[in-house]
Every structure is written in structure tokens, then in C-alpha cells.
Design a binder for this molecule. Structure first.
Ligand code: NAI
Length: 210
């Protein structure tokens, strides 16, 4: 990995997690080496696309020799920053907030949910898989005192921007937003909007005959 992140296009960045996923699966199945042609066939990309993508990071592997799956996976793991450990809070402990807290898969990648926050007195004091649900009024001090890096926003959309602003003021640097609204944030804060409905509408569009 040699080039700055600012050289990497949005499209390349969006493909990196997919490479990581495919390579992780290949490594688990015992595949040791893969050519860009084979990888392209598995992933539905062209071989030249793959080579171009990897060249953004200085290129991996040798011409005619293919890629060492474990090494390539390891490099992409680093590029994705997955060697870092992140503590997360979840804002809104309803259906989605609880589902995120219940899912153990993120922990395996180093994303550890430390607390949920809600306004509903019936939820406050409960816990999900041992992760406590606190009153939203405790959010700022918790984020500051526990050096929280990432917040997942699972509130109704009307409350999402306000929650984001409070979190950012408290030091959060990454917002993983599930509410159906685009969060605005200063440049030093990274926002990933996960709009499941956009994806569903795209599915509907692609299925529709008109
Ligand atoms: P929900 O109604 O089950 O949960 C929302 C929770 O947020 C409630 O517990 C509520 O008390 C809490 N809340 C309200 N205002 C708050 C505030 N100011 N601070 C902290 N907590 C607050 O809703 P659900 O289904 O969990 O959805 C959450 C968000 O995710 C919504 O914006 C929804 O549109 C979006 N979403 C949910 C999906 C799902 O599968 N449940 C799918 C796609 C999007």
C-alpha cells in the first residue's frame, strides 16, 4: 500500500470491502493463489479493472504469477483499517438498534458495541447481550469518557441530524447512519449512510417493466 487515500476514487473504495469479502472466503476454503482472471470471474468484474484497482495502492502480486490470497487479504485488511479496534455506541434502541447490538459479527472485525442510548424509559436500564441501554441524556458524557469513535444512528429520521450533531460535539469521528435522511457533518467526520430503502427501490426499479 503506497498511495494516499485522496488518490483513490469513490468507486475503487466501494469495491475494496467486496475484494476483502471474497478473499476472506477463498482463504477459508483453502485457496492459496488466484489470478486476476479467476478473481474477476468470481466477482463479476474484469481482470483489468481488478489490476487497475490494485494499482491505486501500488499493485499487489506479480505478472503471470497471480496473487497470494492470504497476503492480498492481509493488505486489503490494512487498507480498510480493520487492524484498528473501534468502540461503538448505538443511538436508538428500537428494532434496528437492538438487531445491531445482537449481531456478533461486527465484534469479530474489531467493532465493539459499548452502549445503546434511547429516550424511552421502558428501554432505559435494560441490556442487549450484556450491552446496556442508557438514557440519551448520558450520551455525551459517555462518548467523551469512553473515547468512542463511531456512532450508529438508529433513531427516527427526524431525530437523526440532532443526534449526529451532539455526537460530533462529543468527539465521534464516524457516523454509521441508518435513518432515512442524509446526515450532514463537518469534513473531519466520516458519514456512511446505510439506506436500505434506496437499495430496495433500486431492486424494484430493476425488476419493473416500464
Ligand atoms: P424503532 O421505532 O423500533 O426504534 C427507534 C428508537 O429510537 C425507539 O426506541 C425510540 O424510542 C428511539 N428514539 C426516538 N427519538 C430518539 C432520540 N432523540 N434519541 C435516541 N433515541 C430516540 O425504529 P427502527 O425500526 O429501529 O428504525 C430505526 C431507524 O432505522 C429509522 O429511522 C428507520 O427508518 C430506519 N430503518 C430501520 C429498518 C429496520 O429494519 N428496522 C430498515 C431501514 C431503515
Amino acid at each position: 500500500m503506497s498511495k494516499e487515500k485522496s488518490y483513490v476514487s469513490e468507486a475503487v473504495m466501494r469495491r475494496m470491502p467486496k475484494y476483502y469479502r471474497y478473499l476472506s472466503d477463498m482463504e477459508k476454503s483453502g485457496v492459496e493463489r488466484v489470478s486476476s482472471k479467476e478473481l474477476s470471474q468470481r466477482m463479476g468484474l474484469t481482470a483489468s479493472q481488478i489490476r487497475q484497482d490494485f494499482n491505486c495502492f501500488g499493485g499487489f502480486g506479480q505478472q503471470g504469477y497471480g496473487y497470494n490470497v492470504s497476503e492480498l487479504r492481509h493488505e486489503i485488511h490494512k487498507i480498510l483499517g480493520l487492524h484498528n479496534k473501534y468502540d461503538i455506541v448505538i443511538i436508538g434502541a428500537g428494532n434496528l438498534g437492538q438487531a445491531l447490538a445482537n449481531y456478533t459479527g461486527f465484534e469479530k472485525d474489531g467493532f465493539l458495541a459499548k452502549a445503546l442510548f434511547d429516550i424511552n424509559p421502558r428501554l432505559i436500564g435494560m441490556s442487549i447481550r450484556g450491552i446496556p441501554i442508557y438514557d440519551i441524556d448520558e450520551m455525551e458524557s459517555f462518548v467523551r469518557n469512553n473515547n468512542i469513535h463511531i456512532a450508529a444512528i438508529c433513531t427516527p429520521k427526524e431525530k437523526a441530524q440532532e443526534a449526529a450533531e451532539r455526537l460530533i460535539r462529543s468527539g465521534v469521528r464516524g457516523i454509521w447512519n441508518f435513518a432515512a435522511v442524509d446526515i450532514s457533518a463537518p469534513n473531519h467526520v466520516i458519514v456512511e449512510n446505510v439506506h436500505l430503502s434506496d437499495s430496495l427501490y433500486t431492486l424494484s426499479f430493476r425488476m419493473s417493466d416500464d
